[in-house]
Design a protein around this ligand. Structure first.
Ligand SMILES: NC(=O)c1ccc[n+]([C@@H]2O[C@H](COP(=O)([O-])OP(=O)(O)OC[C@H]3O[C@@H](n4cnc5c(N)ncnc54)[C@H](OP(=O)(O)O)[C@@H]3O)[C@@H](O)[C@H]2O)c1
Length: 313
C-alpha cells in the first residue's frame, strides 16, 4: 500500500503499459495520478468495460517530463509517494535518427523526474528494456552487464545509471517486446499483424534470427504492482516465459487460429534495412521475479488469445 494520502504517479499513462498500469493499480484501490502529454487519451469506460459512473476515480494530469515547469507544477501539488516512470521515446529507429531528442526524453527527462522525486521524498520505479544488452548471449539475468548497441538502448542504460545513483529508494523493471491491445487507440502488434495478413491471404516475411521472451502487457503491469506492494528495490527482469523468434510468434498465431502457415516466410533480420541495430538474442531469466514477486506470466499462446480478445483474465 502507498503511504496514506499521497498518490502513486505514473508517467506515460497514455501509452500501452501506462493504460494497463492505471487499470491494475486503481482496481487495487490505489490513489493514482496518471500523467501523459496533452489530454487523457483513454477513457474510464474503455479501461473498465463498464459505464464511466462505475469506474473508480483517479486523476489525470498533463505533464511533459522534459519540461521542468510542467513537472514542478504536478509534482509539487500532488507530492506522490511513488513515481513509476513508464513514459519514454520507445521507437528504436526514430531514436537512432534523432539521438539528441532521444537523449533529451529518455535521459534528461528521467533526470528531471529524479530531482522532483527527491524533492518530495518519493520512491522511483523506472521501466527499462532488454535493449540495454547487446544480444550476444541471452537470455539475461539481472546482474549481467549491459552493453547497448543502439541509441535507444544506450539512452535507457544511461537513465538506469542515473536511477541507480540517485540515492532514492529505487527499482528498475526491465522488460521485452511488450504486446497486447490498448484500451484506447490503436497500436501495431505482431499477433494482429500476422492474423490480418494471413486472413487476407498475404505472404509475410518474418525474422527468424532474433530471439525474445515477449511480454503480455497485463502481466507486466501486475509484476510492477507486486513490486510496489512488496516494496522491492533493485533490478528485476519481467517478461514472458517463452523464448521465441518473431517467426515463431507468427507461427504460433497461425496454428492457434487455424490460418495458413505456408504464407509465413522465414527471413534473416538483414533482409530489412533498419537504422537502429537490434540485439539478436535477448530474452530474460525471470527466476528472481518469480521467487521474489510471485510473478507468473501467461504462455505466449494465452497471450495471443488475450491480445485478440478471444479470452479474458
Ligand atoms: N513496448 C515495448 O516493446 C517495450 C519493450 C521494452 C521496454 N519498454 C519500455 O516500457 C515503457 C512503456 O512502453 P510502452 O510500450 O507503453 O510505450 P508507449 O506506448 O510508446 O508509451 C510511451 C508513452 O510515453 C509518453 N511520452 C513520451 N515522451 C513524453 C514526454 N516528454 N512527456 C510525457 N509523456 C511522454 C508517450 O506520449 P505520447 O503518447 O504523447 O507520444 C507515450 O504515451 C517504456 O519505458 C519503454 O522504454 C517497452
Amino acid at each position: 500500500m502507498t503511504e496514506r494520502g499521497r498518490p502513486i504517479l505514473i508517467t506515460g499513462a497514455n501509452g500501452l503499459l501506462g493504460q494497463y498500469l492505471v487499470k491494475v493499480l486503481i482496481e487495487e484501490g490505489q490513489f493514482l495520478v496518471a500523467t501523459g502529454r496533452g489530454v487523457c487519451r483513454f477513457l474510464h469506460a474503455e479501461v473498465f468495460k463498464g459505464t464511466p459512473q462505475q469506474a473508480p476515480s483517479y486523476i489525470y494530469a498533463d505533464m511533459d517530463f522534459t519540461d521542468p515547469a510542467s513537472i514542478r507544477h504536478v509534482m509539487d501539488y500532488w507530492k506522490p509517494s511513488v513515481v513509476i516512470h513508464a513514459g519514454a521515446m520507445t521507437q528504436v529507429d526514430p531514436c537512432e535518427e534523432d539521438p539528441l531528442k532521444c537523449y533529451q526524453v529518455n535521459v534528461e527527462g528521467t533526470d528531471l523526474l529524479l530531482d522532483a522525486a527527491k524533492a518530495v521524498g518519493a520512491r522511483f520505479v523506472f521501466v527499462s528494456t532488454d535493449f540495454v544488452f547487446d544480444g550476444a548471449a541471452g537470455p539475461y539475468k539481472e546482474d549481467d552487464t549491459p552493453a547497448p548497441i543502439s541509441v535507444y538502448g544506450q539512452s535507457k542504460w544511461e537513465a538506469e545509471k542515473l536511477v541507480m545513483r540517485s540515492g532514492l529508494d529505487w527499482a528498475i523493471v526491465r522488460t521485452i517486446l511488450v504486446y497486447g491491445t490498448p484500451f484506447s487507440g490503436t497500436r501495431a502488434n505482431i499477433i494482429s499483424w500476422a492474423r490480418d495478413s494471413l486472413q487476407a491471404g498475404r505472404t509475410i516475411k518474418v525474422v527468424s534470427d532474433q530471439w525474445r521472451t515477449p511480454t503480455y502487457v497485463g502481466d507486466l503491469a501486475e509484476g510492477i504492482s507486486a513490486l510496489l506492494r512488496l516494496q522491492k528495490q533493485g533490478v528485476y527482469h519481467i517478461s514472458g516465459r517463452d523464448f521465441l523468434t518473431p517467426y515463431d510468434m507468427t507461427l504460433r498465431t497461425a496454428r492457434l487460429l487455424g490460418l495458413d502457415e505456408a504464407l509465413l516466410v522465414k527471413v534473416d533480420a538483414s533482409t530489412f534495412f533498419q537504422p537502429g541495430r537490434r540485439p539478436p538474442r535477448t530474452g530474460f531469466i525471470i527466476d528472481k521475479a518469480r521467487r521474489e514477486l510471485g510473478f507468473e506470466p501467461v504462455s505466449f499462446d494465452e497471450g495471443i488469445l488475450l491480445t485478440l480478445g478471444l479470452t479474458e483474465r
